[in-house]
Design a protein around this ligand. Sequence first.
Ligand code: GDP
Ligand code: GDP
Length: 436
Amino acid sequence: MSNLTIAIVGRPNVGKSTIFNRVVGDRISIVQDEPGVTRDRIYAQGEWLGKQLNVIDTGGIEFNDQDFMTQIRLQAEIAMEEADVIIMMTNVRDGVTKTDSQIASMLRKTDKPVVLAVNKVDNPEQRAEIYDFYSLGLGDPFPISGSHGLGIGDILEEVFKLAPDDISNEEDDDTISFALIGRPNVGKSSMVNAILGENRVIVSNVAGTTRDAIDTSFEEDGQVFKIIDTAGIRKRGKVYEATEKYSVMRAMRAIERAQVCLVVLNAEEGIRDQDKTIAGYAHEAGRGIIIVVNKWDTLEKDNHTMKKFTDDIRREFQFIEYAPILFVSAETKQRLTQLPEIIAHVHGNFNRRIQSSLLNEVLVEAIRVNPAPSDKGRKLRIYYLTQVKTAPPTFVAFVNDEELMHFSYERFLSNQIRKSFDFLGTPIQIITRNRK
Ligand code: GDP
Ligand code: GDP
């Protein structure tokens, strides 16, 4: 399932991030206590009247080494490339500036719908001033006030009205979709080529939807796999494609549509903060995760190399300790044939459902070896465990008083669950609820 994607474009200070935050609300917030996960205001999911949408704030994608106008041009290009509908933002206080006219002239060349927003219309008197904005040649200007939250509904209504109708796309239930995510140059494109190369039957997609054109499906042992955003991974040449912010945004978009994410690392360069950020997004999104260390051929190896690299990964990526690690080379094709099987395995675990009777045997045993905690003389009682959801597996522990549950005990329970059942590669979640 793909959601509508909108991009907000405009010069600095018009209020893009204010609107972005209004639309995405607190969805942008990333769990803070997990190392390596930073907050970024470049891309997030929002919701309007029950409809999901993705928002890109192109102002968050900075190109610090470029001059002002080039930055703006690159941001507009990204919007035209990535979005289904573009919101061009200006503001009534500054009026129509030269930069606004330049941005508008770039946007007039795209065949994607553009909605013109005039921000900072905080009071009715200012409404009269928005007529100047017709000169931008982008149709009716929509007055809004980011700080007062006015007019945003009207803009979004227009956005949905102009949106192409083929954006949502029903997945075939049996298909395993996976994404390769990682920094520029780790070898994603080479891996895609190697995976799709030789001996592999490419399943032609049903024509018609935009998404099909950018994904590629192939079959292996009767199972259909789909690589998300193959075209995006292979693409080369545009200036912004090599930047980290852009690659993070791309990764976030792919993660959203994938069931399993291959977090690709570069053995030659070792682990970087950006690798952790990207892996953090996949974890946050609750996807199956496999860590793939590429360019394994570049290392001078002895008996300890793999063990040492594994230890480094486990130390740096503690928040995804459940992820299997595979050392490969897109160049020599070493171990690449193992990928489909591992992906299918992780996908199976991601969708695993455990009977309550089995879960409760695990619970009884867990409480026996490590009694539930007490607080101020009150003891936590866990009555039963049940799985309420798959993809990722989610469990509810029904208790006498949720206040008595401690995260360390939740962690202990999830470890016990992992010991008893195969959940390799998938996050699992435990929610504590009072029994009514
Ligand atoms: P960006 O650079 O385009 O992302 O702009 P920001 O969202 O950071 O906003 C720039 C400044 O304009 C901030 O100080 C905001 O508080 C302010 N601002 C944003 N929206 C409005 C608005 O509707 N009315 C007024 N008066 N100020 C606003
Ligand atoms: P992407 O930006 O993540 O898609 O990375 P590319 O696939 O474009 O690869 C970046 C560079 O690394 C290219 O020059 C590749 O030839 C090289 N490369 C990719 N995989 C391997 C590998 O397994 N071993 C070696 N030695 N080089 C590789």
